[in-house]
Design a protein around this ligand. Structure first.
Ligand code: AMP
Length: 308
């Protein structure tokens, strides 16, 4: 299964992705996580992304597309994946389409978690306060100020994807304002329906293919008809042959019933006559042709010697 989780920061994409990972045994590919790891490791990508991320803006498309292109090549992504935080712009979505097309992979669904922005801000404020109370480190871009910026970039650059995927009939919208459990249950329901639908479609396709297979190809069908025709004709001619043979046998039987000596004598006489006639004619003709050819040859020789 290949899914995209779409929704503004703080909508609960990460939490739901984790649950889907457990349920379907597929990997979660979060560009945010990968970029944070790159920043922590100080890789060239990390160095490029660090300040952009801290400001709440988006990292350039080619950077994240490159990361995802490499990541979906990994063996653990073969079974399927959930993209969390990617794509975030229309060009990223178009690049993903190309990537999947090249690999002959199908995107199953885009699950949009729809949330209320002011409720999101409240959620983040509460979470940040709780983390600080527990002494946990708070993400640099998880403050209410940066979150407002991230929400603005979501509206401007990412929300157009709702239309993009709805046009492609891939979009499933779930109310992200419900409890985590309720959101999970809603996602599971729509995905189960989707799976049932594609299974039914596959069955229908297979059923439609069966009679076509059973049908003989045009050539074979023609050959079969021809063979049938031949069979009838053969039967007819066989009947004729039987009749003919019966007549011939009757004739032979009649002849055979004649006195034996007379029959043999007659046959011998006819055969001898025919033999001599045939031999004579052929010999005479050959002789005449040879005489003509000799005369002609002599004349030609005479003409040639005169010219010289
Ligand atoms: P996230 O954890 O998904 O909220 O991402 C954290 C930050 O990483 C974002 O605010 C962006 O700066 C950057 N980022 C993550 N994913 C993308 C993406 N697909 N395109 C551009 N920037 C991204």
């Amino acid at each position: 299964m290949r899914l995209i989780l779409l929704g503004p920061p703080g909508a609960g994409k990460g939490t739901q992705a984790q649950r889907l990972v457990h349920k379907h045994g597929i990997v979660q590919l979060s560009t945010g996580e990968m970029l944070r790891a790159a920043v922590a490791a100080g890789t060239p990508i990390g160095l490029k992304a660090k300040d952009i991320m801290a400001s709440g803006a988006l990292v350039p498309d080619d950077v994240v597309v490159g990361i995802i292109a490499d990541r979906i090549e990994e063996p653990d992504a073969k079974k399927g994946f959930i993209l969390d935080g990617f794509p975030r712009t229309v060009p990223q979505a178009a690049a993903l389409d190309e990537l999947l097309k090249k690999k002959h992979l199908k995107l199953d669904a885009v699950v949009e978690l729809r949330v209320n922005e002011s409720a999101l801000l409240e959620r983040v404020e509460t979470r940040v306060a709780q983390m600080r109370e527990r002494g946990e480190e708070v993400r640099i871009d998880d403050t209410p100020e940066v979150l407002s910026k991230r929400l603005a970039s979501y509206r401007a650059q990412t929300e157009p994807l709702v239309h993009y995927y709805s046009e492609k009939r891939k979009l499933i919208t779930v109310d992200g304002m419900m409890t985590i459990e309720q959101v999970t249950a809603a996602i599971n329901r729509v995905l189960a329906a989707l799976e049932a639908d594609s299974a039914a479609k596959a069955e229908k396709k297979a059923a439609a293919r069966k009679p076509a297979k059973a049908r003989k190809p045009a050539g074979k069908a023609k050959a079969a008809t021809a063979a049938k025709g031949t069979g009838k004709a053969a039967k007819k001619s066989a009947k004729k042959a039987v009749k003919k043979a019966a007549k011939a046998t009757a004739r032979k039987a009649k002849k055979a019933s004649k006195p034996a000596g007379k029959a043999v004598k007659g046959r011998k006489k006819t055969a001898a006559k025919a033999k001599s006639r045939a031999a004579g004619t052929r010999t005479v003709k050959t002789r005449k042709v040879a005489k003509k050819a000799t005369k002609k040859g002599a004349k030609t020789v005479k003409r040639l010697t005169k010219r010289r």
